[in-house]
Design a protein around this ligand. Structure first.
Ligand code: HEM
Length: 376
């Protein structure tokens, strides 16, 4: 497969066919850095990203072409590996624009109005150390070593300017963004990504994912907003639930992923359908019904999350879940859906433990760098 282009109208890693692996990282700018530091960081990150996504070392001298007396520019663990579908997507958090009332980089006036810390939601149990961040990088690839190499080298390039705040590995995609991608499964064992916005649906992307030229601020045109939620799954509890109940919680069958109103995976759910007892075939507290555009004024999002297992706890339970990632034209779309999900039957089996929201600027033009619009 040929590598994905780094430069373009939109950043790669949004409508790109979802790769198998994720390394996501959140960064904070270091104390006493200024606008020049931020600008140079974005330039250096873009240069390295434009090379790594093509399967190249971070610089021309790279891992082994430099002076034997100096540490190499590139850490080397991706030597000999292909580009592996690597995409690197950058985002700017609310705190980059203003933190504790301080405009560190002279960009407070450029903050998109909708870019602020997400409101608290029912049942949130957020760990501040796994939430927020001035900047984020989503690295996706079909080889986990390639994704990890990207984050490791971008962290290294940031030295003295930004430092890693938290990071997350994801190992199995939980969505699809093209019609020919098979729908994968999440750790509850259900197909995930059936009703997603797909890459070839230009109308839906323009309406629900890309920031329009008529939206504010102007520098975000062609960009999007990224919401990350680290969602722990209480899988041992879930695994004791009867199959029929698991299906009524989701609103779809576990085998084919068809809606409980009948048909195939891709059949539209019929929320008026009744079961044998005369109750709604797709229960009103099911996840699919609550998240469906019909009950949310047409709200849709592009989901691009990953499964995670971060080892286990002292009780021998897997520390597992879904690292939920969604792209939308405004963070308000996520907020609308997440509020609606306050009555979700699935809530008993999940816990949101991390959260973040970032403005994802448009793609960099060739010869330019990501976020150049902040310094225009
Ligand atoms: C649909 C699982 C969290 C929004 C689905 C489906 C599954 C699922 C199995 C049905 C298949 C599909 O269309 O993709 C989960 C799990 C979650 C989770 C296990 C947490 C661990 C969320 C969150 C949101 C969300 C936090 C947004 C706030 C949606 C939407 C749909 C959906 C919009 C499509 C609804 C439709 O149009 O039919 N989810 N989900 N999900 N989910 Fe989730």
């Amino acid at each position: 497969a040929s590598p994905y282009e780094y430069f373009g109208t939109h950043q790669a890693g949004i409508t790109t066919p979802v790769q198998d692996h994720l390394h996501f990282a959140s960064f904070d700018m270091m104390a006493r850095t200024d606008a020049a530091d931020l600008q140079s960081l974005l330039k250096d990150w873009s240069y390295a990203a434009s090379r790594m996504t093509q399967g190249l070392d971070v610089s021309a001298t790279g891992a082994v072409g430099g002076s034997p007396e100096a540490p190499p520019d590139d850490t080397g663990e991706a030597l000999g590996l292909a580009a592996s579908g690597l995409t690197i997507t950058f985002g700017f958090g609310p705190t980059l624009f203003e933190a504790d009332g301080v405009d560190r980089f002279g960009i407070a006036a450029l903050r998109p109005a909708g870019l602020e810390k997400l409101p608290p939601f029912l049942g949130d149990d957020l760990d501040p150390d796994k939430s927020g961040g001035d900047l984020c990088i989503q690295a996706c690839a079909d080889d986990p070593q390639v994704a990890v190499h990207a984050i490791r080298n971008l962290s290294r390039i940031a030295f003295g300017r930004a430092k890693l705040r938290w990071s997350q590995l994801g190992f199995g995609r939980t969505s699809r963004t093209t019609a020919d991608q098979q729908t994968p499964r999440n750790l509850f064992g259900f197909k995930d990504g059936t009703a997603n916005i797909l890459a070839d649906d230009a109308g839906a992307l323009d309406e629900h994912v890309w920031v329009a030229a008529s939206d504010q601020p102007a520098w975000m045109a062609g960009g999007s907003y990224l919401v990350a939620r680290k969602i722990a799954m209480l899988i041992e509890t879930w695994d004791r639930v009867r199959l029929s109940e698991q299906e009524t919680i989701v609103g779809r069958t576990k085998g084919t992923g068809a809606p409980l109103s009948g048909g195939r995976e891709t059949t539209d759910p019929d929320f008026t359908a009744k079961d044998a007892a005369g109750a709604p075939a797709i229960p009103v507290t099911s996840h699919v019904r609550l998240a469906h555009p019909d009950f949310n004024d047409g709200t849709r999002i592009l989901r691009r999350g990953y499964n995670f297992v971060d080892g286990n706890n002292d009780l021998g339970r897997l520390d597992a879940g879904l690292f939920f990632l969604s792209f939308q034209r405004s963070p308000a779309q996520f907020t609308t859906l997440q509020k609606k999900l306050s009555t979700d039957a699935m809530r008993e089996y999940i816990k949101h433990v991390g959260s973040g929201v970032w403005a994802v600027p448009p793609g960099a033009a060739k010869g330019s760098y990501v976020g150049a619009g902040l310094f225009a």
